[in-house]
Design a binder for this molecule. Structure first.
Ligand code: ZN
Length: 229
């Protein structure tokens, strides 16, 4: 019996590889030295990346400063202890946040983004230390996460050192994001009535889901080989 051409595409390994390419092509720009050799297939076969990305995740649960520090996956001990929490931490409406991002009030160009726990990570919140790159995006750049075409805020280029061994040899992941991480608010703005009968609420929910997927994809790109599940 001959295998149909589609059989190969459905194998777990090639499915995971496709998801990985998709991430690299559409969501992140890898700069710096070449990444380390590809992760062993065993890891991706055990936890297919496309399955993780298909989940929409949840809103944030309240976190205190020590939980924020402990969440950082790509920060040194000193960088984590140098972190200044967001000034409005005590008054945030966490249920309206798909992620908590803020710029460090004391360290120029340094920022953080913390994502809610995910079932594949034992529901632990995970955060990424970011640095705003010197490069200035072209005018009217879009945030890669909320993709608002009428953004009320600036978009800047942020880079994150990758976690673990890849980060130690200088590999980074970069992306264009809202300067002050206004994404959760932006995607909750009710979209205009595109046509008669357009379901604006469904469109809003869809944008929330996309934001959660894209921010998680970025986290997974930063984690790379370090994502042990
Ligand atoms: Zn945004």
């Amino acid at each position: 019996m001959t295998a149909a051409p589609g059989d190969r595409a459905r194998s777990p390994d090639s499915g995971a590889a496709t998801a990985h390419r998709h991430t690299a092509a559409t969501l992140v720009v890898v700069v710096g030295p070449s990444p380390l050799p590809p992760r062993p297939l065993r890891t991706t076969a055990r936890r297919p990346q496309n399955r993780r990305l298909s989940r929409t995740g949840t809103a944030m649960l309240p976190l205190d400063p020590s939980a924020l520090r402990a969440s950082l996956v790509n920060a040194s001990r000193k960088e984590a202890s140098d972190m200044t929490p967001p000034p409005d931490l005590g008054s945030l409406d966490w249920e309206q946040l798909d992620l908590l991002g803020w710029r460090d009030p004391k360290l120029p160009r340094r920022a953080y983004v913390v994502l809610p726990g995910h079932p594949d990570d034992d529901d632990r919140p995970r955060g990424v230390l970011l640095r705003q790159a010197e490069a200035v995006p072209r005018r009217r750049a879009q945030c890669a996460w909320c993709q608002d075409v009428t953004l009320p805020n600036d978009v800047v280029f942020y880079a994150a050192r990758r976690a673990g061994a890849a980060g130690r040899v200088g590999a980074t992941v970069g992306t264009l994001l809202c300067r002050d991480f206004e994404c959760s608010r932006n995607v909750r703005v009710l979209p205009p009535l595109a046509y008669e009968g357009f379901d604006r609420e469904a469109a809003r929910q869809q944008r929330v889901a996309v934001l959660r997927e894209r921010s998680r994809a970025f986290l997974l790109a930063v984690l790379g080989d370090e994502h042990a599940g």
